[in-house]
Write a protein that binds this ligand. Structure first.
Ligand SMILES: Nc1ncnc2c1ncn2[C@@H]1O[C@H](COP(=O)(O)OP(=O)(O)OP(=O)(O)O)[C@@H](O)[C@H]1O
Ligand SMILES: [Mg+2]
Length: 454
């Protein structure tokens, strides 16, 4: 019998309770959700979930929609659908969407336990195959990190060195979308830990108490809901890697506990007395400036220095525009395959525009921009006009401050007047042209004494 992390999604506390009760005696760890939105939050925050028991009828949507989302985002997770009455249609639809199985309520707990057991075998098998493929260097090979700029060469070399080094702690910094997640996985899957788990937990996704018990586990009776002992992610990841995302959001209490773990390699479960020792590599990531957080006493200085032992800073895309053609052609190829399109590439004009853009969302934004363009395009080459979401900011970047200076108020007034003229007085549309909302348009119209037509 192997143990799994099972997510039970049901709005009825009684149903959750009896499933939890039975499955914990089988040795499984249980996570619960009463709403579909909650279920997706849990899945995002905890990446060790193996099996989901999913009620068909939920207060905020139906189980099939959740099933679809799960299968898109976490294909190796096995989902078992529970329906309150036998409906052949729903069952057929669920199987088509990739459910592992379904059963009717009221359920027979022996059958449920057996189904979970079998689903678990399937999901573990898939995980192993994936880990094997990855460790053989496909999905997360350093080659999958695109970039030939000197900065990216240096980063890739550093990642490769860190992966094979015994360094137990790594800090990844960089703006949103610069590839911190990708870097963390490539470190893991290129290290000798590759066949052990890679577990992610996002500091901002759960309240402190839940986070603490997710991370460190808890003993039975540690708090009101702790009916059973539960292993934390640090134990689940034994021998592997724990990825602590958005470390800058970690609360003071947890920071202290994490520091102790990093220094002593031991921790206690919540409500526990014994020290537990595990060998995991901790990779932390943040898109915040931790030094600033330390200066504002939002982040412990000692923890900061402990994490700084092996810092890797991922550069923003705007600082390495030379990588844009390579990335663009990589994504054009990718979406050609995905959408069975035959786009040949990005035209020179469009490339120039992409190279000048400031990419606040970095590579994720570039990927999204190309994906969106490729969904709509009907010609062979992507042109500037195909990147509609970016153009506005690009033209803004061309504003040059004249040597004699300007009156900012006057510039603002004139642009507002022009936007209103172009939108025929429609304030929402004028706002869109200026990147502000309708209220902000109205506020400025009043400020400049322009007539407000409501
Ligand atoms: N150098 C790169 N080559 C290819 N793809 C990349 C590269 N860097 C990032 N990506 C892709 O860009 C997207 C965003 O990257 P990722 O999720 O790793 O960013 P992040 O730094 O974790 O962002 P956030 O701070 O928002 O969590 C992903 O699809 C990732 O595969
Ligand atoms: Mg990330």
């Amino acid at each position: 019998m192997s143990s799994a992390v099972v997510l039970i999604v049901d709005d009825e506390a009684q149903a959750r309770w009896s499933l939890r009760d039975r499955l914990t005696t089988e040795g499984h760890d249980i996570v619960e959700a009463g709403l579909s939105s909650e279920a997706l939050e849990r899945l995002t925050a905890i990446n060790s979930i193996d099996v989901v028991l999913l009620d068909y009828k939920l207060p905020d949507g139906d189980g099939l929609t959740v099933l679809k989302r799960i299968k898109e985002a976490w294909p190796e997770i096995q989902v078992i659908l529970m329906t309150a009455f036998s409906s052949v249609d729903i069952a057929v639809e669920a199987m088509k969407l990739g459910a592992y199985h379904y059963f009717n309520k009221p359920f027979n707990l022996d059958e449920v336990a057996m189904l979970v057991e079998r689903a678990l075998e399937t999901s573990q098998l898939r995980r192993e195959v994936r880990a094997l493929q990855s460790s053989q260097g496909r999905e997360y090979a350093f080659d999958a990190i695109i970039g030939s700029s000197p900065a990216m060469h240096a980063i890739k070399a550093l990642l490769a060195r860190v992966a094979t080094s015994p360094a137990s702690t790594v800090l990844l910094t960089g703006e949103t979308g610069t590839g911190k997640d990708l870097a963390a996985r490539s470190i893991h899957y290129n290290s000798d830990r590759a066949r052990r788990p890679f577990v992610t937990i996002t500091m901002s996704a759960l309240p402190e108490q839940l986070l603490e018990s997710e991370l460190f586990g808890h003993e039975r009776g540690a708090f009101t809901d702790a009916q059973q002992q539960k292993r934390g992610l640090l134990e689940t990841a034994a021998g592997g890697t724990v990825f602590l995302d958005e470390i800058g959001e970690m609360t003071a209490g947890l920071q202290a506990k994490l520091l102790r773990f990093l220094e002593e390699k031991t921790f206690k479960r919540v409500g526990g007395l014994t020290d537990i020792r595990v060998d995991v590599r901790v990779i932390a990531a943040t898109n915040r400036n931790l030094e600033e957080a330390v200066a504002h006493e939002k982040f412990r200085e000692d923890l900061f220095y402990r994490l700084q032992v092996m810092p890797i800073a991922l550069p923003p895309l705007r600082e390495r525009p030379g990588d844009i053609p390579l990335l663009a052609s990589y994504y054009v190829d990718l979406f050609n395959r995905e959408f069975t399109r035959h786009v040949r590439g990005v035209s020179p004009d469009a490339l120039k525009m992409l190279e000048q853009y400031h990419w606040p969302g970095n590579i994720r934004e570039l990927r999204n921009a190309i994906e969106r363009a490729m969904l709509l395009v009907e010609h062979e080459w992507l042109e500037p006009g195909d990147f509609t979401t970016l153009t506005r900011v690009v033209t803004q970047a061309e504003f040059k401050l004249p040597a004699e200076g300007v009156s900012l108020d006057e510039v603002e007034r004139q642009l507002l007047v022009q936007a209103l003229e172009r939108s025929g007085g429609n304030q929402t549309q004028a706002g869109q042209l200026l990147g502000i909302n309708r209220d902000q348009v109205r506020y400025r119209m009043e400020k400049f004494g322009l007539t407000v037509k409501s």
